[in-house]
Design a protein around this ligand. Structure first.
Ligand SMILES: Cc1cc2nc3c(=O)[nH]c(=O)nc-3n(C[C@H](O)[C@H](O)[C@H](O)COP(=O)(O)O)c2cc1C
Length: 217
């Protein structure tokens, strides 16, 4: 976020402000359109525009969703970071089909993404891990994400154990912590319009080409 975007975020209490909507030009790829919309969300002053829901399915087909933060995106996909032992990671490892959802209320926009996941490289995970503040790095060691706490103080005790252990020097990147990349095969951009005549632009990948069509609202 630029200083201007941070100020807008503060002045609007993180709610953002509506901005003029760009027209979709022919030949726009979903990544380009995502970039346009994501930039708009950042500029609008919405708090955490990078927050997205990620849905996984367990082996029985039971879906579950939670919020995570988008850390990067490009033609290859959308990346977030987490604990590889967590519930979401176990489900993604069992079933690589995944769905993402962004909602930017003030802009009346949502983006739905469907695809498959793969782990990012260890180097990419380590680079991002070391870019985080020290407390979050130690916290990643302390948290056995998604596992039951044995007692109320367990997390505090684990945190102070790892604070002592890593008191000196760099906090090592834990093998159990890293990124997932969602490789999209379908992306829908939803723009709210008056009289509920919303605009829905869908991109679907066929033979490595993006095919574009619109849907009734
Ligand atoms: C706005 C927001 C952002 C979050 N970002 C992350 C994230 O980037 N990575 C993560 O592991 N958990 C993140 N969380 C916590 C997750 O929603 C979730 O509680 C946690 O990952 C455990 O989920 P699981 O048990 O389904 O694996 C975030 C929560 C919120 C509300």
């Amino acid at each position: 976020m630029t200083l201007f975007e941070k100020m807008r975020c503060l002045l609007t209490f993180g709610q953002g402000v509506a901005l003029p909507l760009p027209e979709l030009s022919a030949g726009t790829t979903p990544t380009q359109l995502f970039e346009q919309w994501f930039n708009d969300a950042q500029k609008s002053g919405i708090l955490l525009p990078e927050a997205m829901s990620v849905s996984s399915c367990n082996a029985d087909g039971q879906p579950s969703s939670r919020m995570v933060l988008l850390k990067s995106y490009d033609e290859k996909g959308f990346v977030f970071f987490t604990n590889y032992g967590s519930r979401k990671s176990q489900e993604l490892a069992e079933n690589n089909k995944v769905a993402l959802l962004f909602h930017w209320n003030v802009l009346q926009r949502q983006i739905r993404i469907e695809g498959t996941v793969e782990k990012v490289s260890i180097e990419e995970s380590a680079d991002y891990f070391h870019s985080r503040d020290r407390g979050s790095q130690v916290g990643a060691w302390a948290s056995k994400q998604s596992q039951k706490l044995k007692h109320d103080d367990e997390l505090k005790e684990r945190m102070s154990h790892y604070q002592k252990k890593f008191a000196q020097g760099e906090v090592p990147h834990p093998e159990f912590w890293g990124g997932w990349r969602i490789k999209p095969h379908a992306i829908e951009f939803w723009q709210g319009r008056s009289n509920r005549l919303h605009d829905r632009i869908c991109f679907e990948k066929e033979n490595e080409q993006w095919i574009q069509h619109k849907l009734h609202p």
